[in-house]
Write a protein that binds this ligand. Sequence first.
Ligand SMILES: Nc1ncnc2c1ncn2[C@@H]1O[C@H](COP(=O)(O)OP(=O)(O)OP(=O)(O)O)[C@@H](O)[C@H]1O
Length: 560
Amino acid sequence: MDPSIDHASSSSKPRNTHAKSKPSVTSRSIDSRATKKQEPPLTATETSPEVLEQHSVSSHITQKTKNKKKKQPEPRFYPSPTNTFYTAPLYTEAKQSFSDCASTLNVGGIDLEKMGVLTYRGSTGSDESSSSGLSNSAGYKPHRANNDKRWVAIQEVRSRVGSSLEAKDFKLVKRLGGGDIGTVYLAELIGTGETFAVKVMEKAAIAARKKLVRAQTEREILQSLDHPFLPTLYSHFETENHSCLVMEFCPGGDLHSLRQKQPGKYFPEHAARFYVAEVLLAMEYLHMLGIIYRDLKPENVLVREDGHIMLSDFDLSLRCSVSPTLVRFAATTTLESKPSSYCIQPSCIVQPDCIQPVCFTPRFLSKSKNKKKLNESARQVRPLPELMAEPTSARSMSFVGTHEYLAPEIIKGEGHGSAVDWWTFGIFLYELLFGKTPFRGDVNRATLFNVVGQPLRFPEHPSVSFAARDLIRGLLVKEPQHRLAYRRGATEIKQHPFFQSINWALIRCTNPPQVPQPVKIMDNAQSQGHGCSRSQGDAKPPTVVVDVKPSGNYLEIDFF
Ligand SMILES: Nc1ncnc2c1ncn2[C@@H]1O[C@H](COP(=O)(O)OP(=O)(O)OP(=O)(O)O)[C@@H](O)[C@H]1O
């Protein structure tokens, strides 16, 4: 498959889980935002730049934003006309170099690698890798390698049965939700007590609705991911009629539901900052892989059992080629010689992953004696190259996304690139902070007009910091080329004062605003599964059930 082809373009996507077909622009179905009125799609004339421009006052807004941007601190580096391009091996080297650098960095006596912040260890093996030859990274998932109880469980079953996982190894416990191309179930890996989310897709239905390519895109993207805030595809298997993806189960639900439960239906600023910071790292990583996500919204941000997030749903994503660009070899500047009010330490900057050694300033080191230690450690850090890996040149003409989250350039049909993700990031932050999106109209068509033509406004309530509003203003610039992060991607956003308190390197170890209730475990005598013919050995009795009526019956699903 040609990865530069936008496979989502001919597809459609409902938020509505009851919908049979999926318009490429989705409405939300489960909350007050869902548009009730039916309306005809916009015609080509209506979406033409001229017509939309008549409603536009965006130039005024943009000018204001431009002026504001001028006041921002000088960028630390500039793409030079003689950019050196990293080829894949060099990039791997950079990663390795980063790993070396990071693993030798023992900050204040704390081994960051042991803390799980810095991990570039080899994989203990992947069920997925054994069943697929698709991606070179599919079998190398260091973030999920050694410490993941789910891998251990999978390995256990595999070694017991001597083959890859199959449908009969799982017991479906509960339906979690339905998407356009499949249904997601909570499932137990029989005999291990470990739970997974299994997305079950009916092959014939997908083929009949011409969604095969989309399903394949999602699967291939999932196979290529290895990031703490992105799903791990533990296994993939086929039955005669179904194709199944086995992923981590997120018991915390999605951020949309969680927001509804907050007082006032909006998150306090510290909580919003935490969630968007983790999403930012996930998107940075995706862009690094040449994946433009295109479907950011609270519904697609799931909360893991530890309260950290997982970005889900990749069937609208666009894959394109990206060449991480070496923009500068970092100078031998140290922390002392280049102080900064932001979290910028130019001595060791590289973006091979979510982990950036730029901010090794853990809060527990903020006292002056620890600062001294830190500075000494930083001096020993080998300077690393500075990379830019934003797929800015990618272009798609697809009309995909969710109305309230669509970027103006998508609506105008001007062709779009990775900047659409930074627009949606701005809408996402706005929604978490204010409990609503900024351009929503009474009907979808009005929403589209508002996105293109209406200025950004902030409600008076709740009161939100200047930094947060300033960041949103920078992101919700109508012209993509003037939008924050257009040029240097996530790095630009990370440097914004809104994130000043975020320690990017250690965010995985930060306490999340909320940790979901643990999954209720029931001792269920009937947990022998469907058609399980494999020996259970002396494995733990199956125990998992999440708010399923204690009838003792697991779901009778004819898939398996
Ligand atoms: N890993 C998971 N853990 C817990 N719940 C999940 C998980 N993955 C999906 N879900 C739930 O299942 C529902 C369906 O997910 P799925 O990704 O198939 O569809 P979707 O998000 O509606 O989008 P699409 O139609 O594009 O597939 C989600 O809304 C979510 O509530």
